[in-house]
Design a protein around this ligand. Structure first.
Ligand code: MG
Length: 400
């Protein structure tokens, strides 16, 4: 009688390493990056899986997840077709242990080739999977997609810099693919310790690695900046521009610091107000709230509430940006004019610009910052107060 192994056709299985806890994203959200939403509500993991689900050369998919993430995992795969997806296995303490746990669970699957891929690389192409399958077909047992650096590469040792030949530098991506038997053997033998990729485990076991071209778009989401870029890449919904404007005035008084655009400026007087009275950030915050029809700064931070006494106005700005982010908006540019007779703003302009860029995440070229006097006229001209006006443009999904 035929053994089950002989009946089951040889399979190519993709192991998706999804056990990470995302400690490097550091943006205040504790959701691990593979379970974060991309634009349109699909998670990073679901976007990654979709490529393997779609490709006819991949027979099964196995996710290695953290034991505390079962609910997150189930929610992430809920919208996907499940026929290729094997029940998940739990990861170990290191990436290497996690892959080994995955391999062990595949022992009875008649697995001929195995792909190993990072859950946080959602933009691999079907063509990259094609190229890897092709290399496997040619008999290579370890396939590694790589990009090469475009920047000149320096190597530092002690206080000495050396310029490396970038032609010889390879940046390893995933998916990496292997013939199952030697790969499983290499992992079982415990080759290397704490290797950060699987090709390294094969290198340690003396196997030859076959390099193919990786893809720039197949980057790994690691930093908050990467996550933002990933969201923008999945942003295919039509967008419409919303403009907001803001205007604010504060009185100049003795005994208060003068803070404009979150920068303290030496002056004999400062602006009076419940918070730090940063008139420029207040006008900007109102402009941002205006793009959403979300009221004004007083709606969100009533002066009657003592917790905002002397508050740093960067907090108000952060709240407005948070509301925009929650509505899937993308801030495009902003423009601020400060109306003041004295002091001169120009010497502090660059510092203000840099701070605004830091606070909003916009490059400085997308931030207008100007100052004007009112030619001695009116309350500004009499140095009784400082005014600021701002406008902002944000792109939002067509239906908010
Ligand atoms: Mg104000």
């Amino acid at each position: 009688m035929a053994q089950p192994e002989q009946i089951m056709p040889e399979q190519t299985i993709a192991i998706i390493v999804a056990g990470g806890t995302a400690q490097r994203l550091k943006d205040g959200d504790n959701t691990p990056k593979q379970y974060r939403n991309l634009t349109g509500g699909k998670t990073v993991l679901a976007q990654t899986l979709q490529n393997f689900i779609q490709h006819s050369g991949i027979d099964k998919i196995l996710c290695v997840i953290h034991k505390d993430h079962e609910d997150l995992y189930q929610r992430a795969i809920a919208p996907l077709p499940k026929d290729k997806i094997l029940p998940p296995v739990f990861g170990g303490n290191t990436r290497q242990d996690s892959v080994l746990n995955g391999l062990k669970s595949l022992e009875n699957q008649n697995c001929k080739s195995v792909f190993v891929h990072d859950a946080a690389r959602p933009f691999l192409s079907l063509r990259l999977i094609d190229d890897i399958l092709e290399a496997l077909k040619h008999g290579h047992i370890a396939i590694l997609p790589c990009t090469q650096p475009v920047d000149t590469v320096k190597y530092q040792q002690d206080n000495h810099f050396e310029t490396l030949d970038r032609q010889n530098i390879y940046l390893a991506q995933t998916p990496q693919a292997f013939a199952f038997a030697p790969f499983f053997q290499a992992h079982l033998s415990g080759a290397g310790k704490n290797m950060t990729d699987d090709a390294a485990v094969m290198e340690q076991s003396g196997h030859k690695i076959h390099i193919i071209n990786g893809e720039a778009a197949n980057f790994k989401i690691t930093t908050a900046e990467d996550y933002k870029k990933a969201r923008q890449m999945t942003d295919s919904q039509p967008k419409v521009p919303h403009i907001g404007t803001g205007f604010d005035v504060h009185r100049l008084v003795s005994g208060r610091p003068l803070i404009l655009c979150n920068i303290e400026i030496p002056h004999i007087k400062g602006l009076d107000g419940h918070s730090d009275a940063d008139v420029a950030l207040h006008a900007l915050t109102d402009a941002l709230l205006g793009t959403l029809g979300a009221g004004d700064i007083g709606t969100h931070f009533p002066p009657s509430d003592n917790q905002w006494k002397n508050a740093n106005s960067a907090l108000f700005l952060a709240k407005a940006l948070e509301l925009i982010e929650a509505a899937n908006g993308r801030l495009i540019n902003l423009d601020i004019t400060i109306l003041a007779e004295k002091p001169k703003i120009l010497p502090y302009r660059q510092a203000m610009l840099a701070r605004l860029s830091e606070l909003t995440g916009l490059p400085e070229q997308c931030i207008g910052l100007k100052a004007t006097t009112t030619e001695g006229l009116g309350f500004v001209g009499r140095e009784e107060g400082i005014a600021a006006q701002a406008s902002a443009l944000v792109l939002y999904p067509e239906r908010l």
